[in-house]
Structure formats: C-alpha cells, structure tokens
Design a protein around this ligand. Structure first.
Ligand SMILES: N[C@@H](CCC(=O)N[C@@H](CS)C(=O)NCC(=O)O)C(=O)O
Length: 239
C-alpha cells in the first residue's frame, strides 16, 4: 500500500492505541501503520518522535502534517474529519454529551484507577495497594451500573466511547484481573468481541504482548526484592 497521507504511530500493547485502531477499522480508513518498539528500544524517546509529540505518547497521528495525540481526541477528530457520517460521535448535543461523559469517565476514573493500581506493581515491584484496588473495583462497579440497561457504553449505538472503554477493560486481561464478576461489563465485552469483526486483529496480539512484558517486569521485581520467583501479581483474586 502506498502513502495514504494518514500515519498512525502506535504500539499494539497500548490500550489507547488499540482504541484508536478499532476506530480506524470501524471507519474503514486506510492508514499507514507505524509500529514503534517502546519496551526494548524506547523508540518513543527518539528525537524524530519527541519533535513530533513532545509528550512522546502513543497513539499519535500525522494527518498530512496535522499532528495529534491523546486517543480520545484522535477518535473524535477521525470521525469528524474522515467519517462518512457522525454515527460514532453524533453531533446531536445530548448524544455527544453522553459519549463525552463516558470518555471522561474512562480517562479520569476507570483507566486512571487501573494505572494508579498497576503502575507501582509493574514499575516498582510493590505489592498492590488495597486502597487503589478498591478505587479500581469502584470504577468497575460504576461501569457495571452504567451498562445495566444499555447495549453500548453511551446508549443504543456503538460510539467511540465503546472503543476507549473496551480497550481499558481488556487491558485487565493482561494482568489476569478478572472482571467477570461485573456481569453487565462482562456481557458488554463479550457482545463487542463477537460483534466487531476487527476485535481480534486490533487487540489480541497487543494484550498478549503486554501480558508478557508484565510477567518480565514481575520477574525483574522478584530479583530486585529478593522475593521468590513466580510470585503472582497482586490481583483481585488475592484480596
Ligand atoms: N491519555 C493518553 C495516554 C497515552 C499514553 O500514556 N500512552 C503510553 C502507552 S500506553 C505512552 O505512550 N507512554 C510513553 C510515555 O509516556 O513516555 C491517550 O489516551 O492517548
């Protein structure tokens, strides 16, 4: 495939990248996929990338010179700029407001509670903080309530909020944190996995990649802390 004019810089293990990738697929966009290696080569710290995105985060897109990062902003931009309709992010103020509410819930509450809990475990080898675990459980409870009567994250229709939240929730599969007890969340995840023809392509290898990286972090932490090898990550099942 030749140069499409729209470059998508990503790493499959990154949930926000998986969300944008699903959005690209749903919109049927042709993009230049530029995968970078952040784990071994720290390619996101290289000057070409930092010049482009001083925050050096993926996903980042380059749409004929227009550079944008922040996955949720990228998704709304892609729908507005390249969507054949506004289905995934309707212009109707109320519909859009509900989608925005869910996107803010994801970045500010759900995904944040996951990062807050797992980051110290994966980066510092610490055992899970029960207060942070509770915050994560509470976020999952909220999402479970939101999905009680709704087939999709923001109501009756698939939207970019589903991509953001689905990528966040399935990230838990990489650290063996079971969300099955949240029955509405579980039903919604299974429904989307079955409905979205691109789910596997955009998610499975990335989740596996994250899982292996998380295991290697755990082994390194075990060595550092002189704890027995193979110690399980502190997950919900241990609490
Ligand atoms: N809120 C951002 C988060 C992006 C983010 O933190 N991405 C991670 C990978 S999951 C990253 O690029 N980290 C590298 C860094 O911060 O240097 C989004 O949704 O795009």
């Amino acid at each position: 495939m030749g140069w499409t004019g729209l470059e998508f810089i990503y790493m499959p293990a990154s949930p926000p990248c998986r969300a944008v990738w699903m959005c690209i697929k749903e919109l049927g966009l042709e993009v230049d996929m530029r995968q970078i290696d952040m784990y071994k080569k720290a390619e996101h710290t290289q000057s070409w990338f930092v010049k482009m995105n001083p925050q050096h985060t993926v996903p980042t897109i380059n749409d004929e010179g227009f550079i944008l990062w922040e996955s949720r902003a990228i998704m709304s931009y892609l729908v507005s700029k390249h969507g054949t309709d506004d289905r995934l992010y309707p212009k109707d103020p109320e519909k859009r407001a509900v989608i925005d509410r869910m996107l803010y819930f994801d970045i500010g509450t759900l995904y944040k509670s996951m990062i807050d809990y797992f980051q110290p475990i994966l980066f510092n080898g610490s055992t899970g903080d029960p207060i942070k675990a509770n915050a994560l459980k509470q976020s999952l409870d909220y999402l479970d309530q939101f999905l009680e009567d709704a087939p999709y994250a923001a109501g009756d229709q698939l939207s970019i909020a589903d991509f953001a939240l689905l990528a966040s929730i399935t990230h838990l599969e990489g650290v063996d944190w079971s969300y099955k007890a949240y029955s509405n969340v579980n039903r919604w995840v299974n429904k989307l996995k079955a409905e979205l023809p691109y789910y596997k392509e955009c998610n499975e290898a990335g989740i596996q990649m994250f899982k292996e990286w998380a295991k290697s972090r755990q082994a390194a932490a075990a060595l550092l802390n002189n704890t027995p090898k193979g110690r399980k990550l502190s997950t919900e099942n241990d609490n």
